[in-house]
Design a protein. Structure first.
Lengths: 344, 561
């Protein structure tokens, strides 16, 4: 057989394989050390920690398998290549070996048994182990924002979940429309929010701080801009926050006109402001809008310009958002913005 | 190259070549019931849609190459990933796999055609019209109301996003109808493949002496029969929901979103095996020939494939570890998913055993198969990671999953399909492909593949979900996504080079002869391209490698099998 060797095949192939090996290992190493607020290798809550421990176990096992089988393949490809000056005779024909087949059947079966037992244990530890005395929060997924209700505490808020540090929180997951998924990687794995199919999950972060995530189940046009923000607060701060959020809206004389416009336009069909006639349920509760850092499910800072611009035309931030552009004139727009800015 | 050493009596008749007008020739192709022509049409159809799906992928990769990019609107992006997934699975992978089976199975088992030639043609045209229906949505989905539209519900189209409440217009209906129609085509072809293999084998070819290619396609055909039916049923239920007031998946009227997931994945997961088993079939032919050794552990390979066929039907809900199943259900599907890794591992070891002690020749098809072995190893291991339910709670629906299944579908299936196209190109056209261009394509595609899909795993580990049209800066995803996008350039160049090679070689390639690879299965006994009805005299075989027996009368296979 003559060969048309455009590239001398054997050495580039070997190099390619080494590069592959390098990429695989460096990729993993990178993600362990990456500075990312959503890195699954930096858990900050028991479910995420349990998941990471079994994940590392699996990574080690699969890593060993990769090195062993990958080395064997590389060895075979290099060692048994047709060499220059080959005599052209066919190699010895071997049809199989029952001993070898048995070995490479039994060993994988044993590995599967070990992996399965480790998996089953962590499933039970996370899924069936909601701590008693957990704080209950109901999470309702909407196109394209999050609603949070604290039953018993008379608090309803949107897009920014507050939980106390040190006390576990059980999240009851519901959906108002399509499927969504609650995923804050450093706190826990994801669980879907499915209409007609209530789910629960739990977290118990200990370090106060802001934890990020986003919707992880495709839910429509703006699935990408349905961000999650979990504020973990010290117990005292959390109690203060609950205290403040459970108050009805402040009524301030400064923005009477804006309030009149707000209550006279379509705003109230979708938004609620407690203590007023605005009792809509389709959009985020605005009672304490100004206590939130962000607008529109975490996509923009809650500043005067952004708020005004959002009311004027939400599609500027989030094309496909279900909130219509309100078509207010400049004066009304300023007035409504001013009113909303009184809702602390 | 040892050509024309072996000829069966009666296979060398000259094919009539009178000049006919183009319209006549076209008519012959459109009205054909010949398995070889239908096979080639399936493959050309699949390759055409490969370009379309590739363009869709490129658009997505441009959009995602940096955070907050504004290359396309969210609506367009959502249509792109829906059409990309649907196209690549149903109108690229399936037709390519069916095309190979159509072209090669009768040749390999010594038959003159498929069992039901007219059903064969009917099935092809159903598949073809299914694809056209899907793409007609681009102009037809909003009817007279206005601008173009295309399905945007994702390729697994979870309820209730597909209900009339959330999916206005007719784009979802075109998606449903396209898959329904092509699904009927798939079922017809699967019946044909199964019956052909069971009933049309040449004398002496018992089931135990069939080439592995035929065995694996038999398993594939059986699986298609079982798994496409639930998808078809689900599509009909969805159509009833949308047009006849049904409530199967209408959650606002008490329907169940979860039941759609079960229906879809009972199809969807075995579908991966429907596609990868024919890829295995290719590797099981190419690796022995270019290692110059018989396949290692033939009976175990058959058993492992049948095992994969059965076990893979019991793993579907591993796509649903995050939907809130009971812990027992989660554990069951973890175990079944891990179990499917065992026969799959056995297959990798047997290919390794085939190469062991051989004399490996690095022709383009073999390069693709060697890369396939490594990539499939990685894909299998990342699959094991996701079978570990808690790990999957993090990985599910993230870019890690996207990287994993592209490792299977591109790294394993498409690599093997490229191997197949190069390996059987001389048989189908009578011309050799250009080896230099072939090797260059391999290296371009190999580099592009690894740039794109190796680096795609990492954003998933860093919390990046799939199906987002843009993402926030500052999460460590930007650079990685840029590298992923750069890989596309190499892959696109490789695919164009592949197309150029096919076309150039068709006119300028060296004449191949009957048996350019010194191979062992029956298709290499006929002329290249094979004559109508393949074999003037039906061959008789005594072993799995009839040509080995002929070439080595002093040491034939049938003494050992």
């Amino acid at each position: 057989m003559q060969s048309t060797n455009y590239i001398p095949a054997k050495w580039p192939l070997l190099k390619g394989l080494l590069v592959l090996l390098f990429l695989a290992s460096s990729g993993l190493a990178q993600s362990v050390t990456f500075s990312s607020s959503t890195n699954i290798f930096k858990p900050a809550s028991t479910p995420a920690k349990s998941i990471l421990s079994v994940s590392l176990f699996v990574l080690v096992i699969t890593g060993v398998i990769f090195i062993v089988v990958g080395s064997l393949l590389t060895y075979a490809v290099v060692k048994f290549r047709r060499r220059k000056g080959d005599d052209g005779r066919e190699p010895a024909q071997v049809y199989g070996s029952n001993q070898v087949e048995t070995a490479w059947t039994v060993i994988p079966v044993l590995i599967v048994v070990v992996l399965f037992m480790a998996t089953a244990r962590v499933i039970a530890n996370v899924q069936n182990a909601v701590p008693p005395n957990a704080l209950h929060v109901t999470v309702i997924g909407h196109q394209f924002w999050w609603e949070y209700r604290y039953p018993g505490l008379k608090v309803v808020t949107a897009n920014e979940l507050h939980v106390p540090a040190g006390t576990p929180t059980e999240l009851k997951l519901l959906s108002a429309d399509t499927d969504h998924s609650f995923w804050v990687p450093v706190l826990a794995g994801k669980t879907d929010l499915i209409p007609n199919h209530p789910n629960t999950m739990w977290i118990d972060p200990r370090e106060p701080g802001l934890y990020l995530g986003q919707c992880a189940q495709y839910c429509g046009v703006q699935h990408a801009k349905m961000l999650l923000r979990v504020y973990v607060q010290s117990p005292a701060d959390f109690d203060h926050w609950i205290q403040q959020q459970s108050q009805p809206a402040l009524s301030s004389d400064a923005a009477v006109e804006g309030r009149r416009i707000f209550e006279a336009t379509a705003c109230v069909n979708c938004h609620a402001v407690s203590g007023t006639s605005a009792q809509g349920l389709f959009g985020p509760d605005l009672t304490h809008l100004m206590s939130r850092d962000t607008l529109a499910a975490g996509i923009a800072a809650n500043t005067h310009e952004n708020l005004r611009s959002w009311i004027q035309d939400p599609s500027r931030f989030k094309p496909g958002s279900l909130m219509p552009a309100m078509q207010l004139n400049e004066h009304d727009l300023d007035a409504v913005t001013a009113y909303l800015e009184t809702l602390r | 190259m040892a050509t024309d050493l072996v000829t069966w009596p009666g296979t060398q008749e000259a094919v009539e070549t009178t000049r006919r007008p183009l319209v006549d020739k076209l008519h012959e192709w459109v009205a054909t019931v010949d398995h070889k022509r239908l096979g080639i049409m399936y493959i050309l159809y699949g390759l055409m849609f490969l370009l379309v799906g590739g363009v869709e992928a490129t658009i997505m990769r441009i959009q995602l190459s940096a955070p907050h990019k504004d290359f396309v609107s969210p609506q367009v992006f959502n249509r792109m990933f829906t059409m990309h997934g649907t196209t690549m699975i149903f109108f690229v992978a399936m037709p390519l796999v069916f095309g190979l089976a159509n072209y090669l199975v009768p040749l390999m088992i010594g038959a003159r055609d498929m069992a039901f030639p007219r059903l064969n043609a009917f099935s092809f045209w159903l598949t073809a019209f299914g694809g056209i229906l899907l793409y007609f949505s681009v102009i037809g989905a909003n009817g007279l109301y206005g601008a173009g539209n295309a399905p945007d519900v994702g390729w697994f189209a979870y309820a209730p996003l597909t209900s009339r409440t959330f999916s206005l217009g007719h784009s979802t209906d075109f998606w449903t109808l396209g898959l329904l129609v092509s699904g009927f085509g798939s079922i017809g072809t699967a019946i044909n493949i199964v019956v052909t293999i069971l009933c049309m084998r040449c004398p002496g070819m018992t089931l135990g002496k069939m080439p592995l290619f035929a065995w694996l396609n038999l398993v594939m055909g059986g699986m298609v029969l079982m798994v496409v039916s639930p998808l078809t049923a689900a599509q009909i239920m969805l159509a009833i929901d949308r047009y006849l007031g049904g409530h199967f998946f209408d959650t606002q009227a008490g329907g169940s979103a979860v039941i759609w997931m079960h229906f879809f994945w009972i199809f969807g997961h075995p579908e991966v095996y429907v596609l990868v088993i024919p890829a295995f079939a290719v590797a099981s032919e190419v690796i022995p020939v270019f290692s110059r050794k018989a396949i290692f552990g033939y009976p175990i390979m058959v058993a492992a494939t049948v095992g994969i066929g059965f076990i893979s039907m019991s793993v579907w809900a591993h796509h649903m570890f995050t939907v809130g199943m009971t812990s027992n259900a989660n554990a069951f599907f973890a175990l079944s998913t891990m179990a499917v890794g065992v026969p799959t591992g056995i297959k990798i070891f047997n290919w390794l055993g085939t190469m062991w002690g051989g004399k490996i020749e690095f022709k383009t098809p073999m390069l693709f198969c060697i890369a396939f072995l490594f990539q499939f190893l990685v894909a299998g291991l990342t699959g094991i990671m996701q079978s570990v339910v808690p790990f999957d709670w993090q990985l599910a629906n993230s870019y890690f999953v996207v990287a994993h299944f592209h490792y299977v579908i591109v790294g394993a299936i498409l690599f093997c399909l490229f191997a197949a196209f190069y390996y059987w190109y001389p048989k189908a056209t009578g011309r050799m492909y250009n080896e230099a261009m072939g090797k260059l394509q391999f290296w371009l595609f190999f580099i592009g593949f690894h740039l794109t899909f190796d680096f795609m795993h990492i954003p998933g580990l860093l919390g990046m979900p799939r199906r987002i049209y843009t993402y926030e800066p500052g999460r460590g995803w930007g650079t990685l996504n840029l590298i992923v996008s750069i890989g596309v350039v190499f892959q696109a160049a490789a695919v164009l080079l592949f197309a150029a090679n096919l076309i150039w070689s068709y006119f300028r390639g060296k004449v191949a002869g009957n048996d350019p690879w010194d191979a062992w299965t029956l298709e290499w006994t006929t002329s290249s391209p094979p004559p109508a009805y393949n074999f003037a005299v039906i061959p008789t075989v005594k072993s799995r490698r009839p040509l080995w027996d002929l070439k080595h009368p002093e040491d034939p296979d049938w003494k050992y099998e």
